[in-house]
Design a protein around this ligand. Structure first.
Ligand code: GLN
Length: 184
């Protein structure tokens, strides 16, 4: 299985390590030529504004949007979730808009908003979750399945081919969320 990991900015190496541990082939997506024959796509955490700008400058935005719209399985974590979201309540920028949710950026505050917790995820229990200046999901559209709620806030959803997470599953040893994604 060949998984493309967007590698223009942010926490992509940790995703690659986890994917390789699970026996996947990974390809770092840094230019539009890297986007070929993918079985899945990871949009990592980082800074969504920077990633969005680079995606457009590098002409990667449209080919990736087309793949997502055509059903390629995609996992967006943190900034990656923001890139997928249809609406961002506290920012006028919009990116792929393929996931019918509204997110709020930096919902836990800018600097001190980093923490770890353990919560359920779909049928799984006690999944470790690391939040770093994370967004939360404030509204969900039709057919969006809510996978995790932490402190009354939605932090993980699934919709068709897309999984969006507020947190970083790649920063923990627990590989269950990644395995769930790969099963798609
Ligand atoms: N605060 C970042 C943003 O708004 C997301 C943080 C992250 O990806 N860890 O883009």
């Amino acid at each position: 299985m060949k998984i493309g990991v967007l590698a223009v900015q942010g926490a992509f190496i940790e995703h690659e390590k986890m994917l390789q541990k699970l026996g996947c082939q990974t390809v770092e997506l840094r230019a539009k030529e890297d986007i070929s024959n993918l079985d899945g796509l990871i949009l990592p955490g980082g800074e969504s504004t920077v990633q969005g700008k680079l995606l457009r400058e590098l002409d990667m935005f449209t080919p990736l949007k087309n793949l997502i719209d055509d059903g390629l399985p995609v996992l967006g974590t943190c900034a990656g979730l923001i890139l997928l979201s249809q609406n961002i309540s506290n920012d006028s920028a919009r990116y792929f808009q393929s996931l019918p949710v509204t997110v709020q950026r930096n919902a836990y505050g800018r600097q001190l908003g980093s923490f770890k917790t353990v919560s359920g995820f779909g049928q799984m229990r006690d999944v470790e979750m690391t939040f770093i200046r994370a967004p939360v999901i404030t509204e969900t559209g039709k057919d969006v399945n809510i996978l995790s709620v932490v402190d009354d806030r939605i932090v993980a959803v699934e919709y068709k081919n897309q999984i969006g997470l507020s947190f970083h599953p790649e920063l923990n040893e627990d590989t269950r969320i990644m395995e769930y994604f790969l099963s798609k």
